[in-house]
Write a protein that binds this ligand. Structure first.
Ligand code: ZN
Ligand code: ZN
Length: 347
């Protein structure tokens, strides 16, 4: 009996093979570039190579039977254990699947669909605490960057300093930071450039720290000097959409309905047509997880979901604004995990 026996039960399989990095980390809590986990109704097995074997044995010894080897050795073990049906997770490449078909001849392979993604959607208190720690560092990096935002500084300068602020606090980057000035801001995922910052422009910064394997994600848009009326009205509209959507978050509500709240709020200002992506995504071991605040996601929110709320307005050739927080669905409503100021900061 182990924590994953429900998945074996649900899909009617004797064992499940887990090979994608986010899921092996989620299950084992140990990061390596070569590991495969075999979950069975008895013991669980962790297969790796000599580079990781000693460390993995020390780290995982109580939880897993750590062994040397790859798919061939797992196939031999599966035969010894009399495994007839084997679960294969989402995200396995076609090449890997072909390898499995060859190695596990005589064993029926069964897709376990999004079983692990579904588990990961509901964060434990330990995971919530790591994400909060990651977010704390993200906010410290934001505070640290503000004094450097001056006329003539480039997007690359800001991104490098933001990332250094995260790295020197012992975290990794959750993803490559996005820093976009002025008209570059109208591309939600703009690539950073050597464009110098000018007065009256917005600076959109989307970045996050990863702490002990868990990500955080935040976007703030600040202004250098006074911005014109159109920009300041658009900023207010995005802020209102962000707040309205966050207030609507609670267990039992469909994700698509939260997305709709933000779109309706922007529509009041005639700006919904300029909000060109989904409202948000879950965050955890990966920066983009399920469920998502998208018009298509009908999943019901449950306590333990951590999802971003990131409405934006993007006017091509002119400017862009995005305000992104992370929120935790709780038993009694919502906890906003992002504490950085979100009223327009003018530098
Ligand atoms: Zn982001
Ligand atoms: Zn995001």
């Amino acid at each position: 009996m182990n924590g994953y026996s429900d998945i074996l039960e649900k899909y009617g399989v004797d064992a499940a093979l887990v090979t994608t990095a986010p899921n092996t980390f989620y299950i084992g809590g140990y990061e390596s570039t070569n590991c495969r986990i075999l979950l069975t109704r008895g013991e669980n097995f962790f297969f790796t190579d000599m580079r990781y074997f000693e460390e993995a044995t020390d780290f995982l010894g109580g939880k897993f039977c750590v062994r040397l080897g790859g798919v061939g050795e797992i196939a031999q073990l599966a035969e010894q254990l009399g495994i007839k049906t084997l679960g294969v997770e989402y995200g396995v490449t076609f090449t890997e699947y072909e390898l499995f078909r060859e190695a596990f001849r005589g064993i029926k392979l069964v897709a376990t669909d999004s079983a692990f993604a579904d588990l990961r959607a509901v964060k434990t208190s330990a995971e919530i605490s790591l994400i909060k720690d990651a977010q704390k560092v993200t906010e410290q990096a934001f505070e640290e960057i503000l004094p450097f935002i001056k006329k003539g500084v480039t997007e690359i300068d800001i991104a490098a300093r933001l990332e250094y602020a995260i790295l020197r606090r012992g975290c990794e980057l959750a993803f490559d930071s996005i820093v976009a000035f002025g008209e570059n801001g109208s591309k939600p995922h703009a690539h950073r450039s050597t464009k110098p910052l000018c007065e009256g422009e917005f600076v959109t910064m989307d970045f996050g720290a990863k702490y002990k394997g868990y990500c955080s994600d935040m976007t703030r848009t600040v202004a250098l000097g006074a911005v014109d009326d159109a920009k300041s009205r658009a900023y207010e509209a995005v802020l209102q959409a962000n707040i309205a959507a966050e207030q609507a978050v609670k267990a039992g509500v469909r994700c698509c309905d939260i997305d709709a709240v933000a779109r309706k709020s922007l529509a009041k200002h005639g700006l919904d047509g300029y909000f060109t992506h989904s409202l948000g995504h879950s965050v955890g071991v990966e920066i983009h997880e399920m469920p998502a605040f998208s018009p298509k996601c009908e999943d019901l929110l449950v306590p333990g979901n951590i999802v971003t709320v990131e409405p934006g307005v993007y006017i091509p050739g002119q400017f862009g604004i995005r305000i992104e927080d992370m929120v935790l669905v709780t038993d009694c409503g919502v906890e906003v995990l992002t504490n950085s100021e979100k009223k327009l900061i003018t530098l």
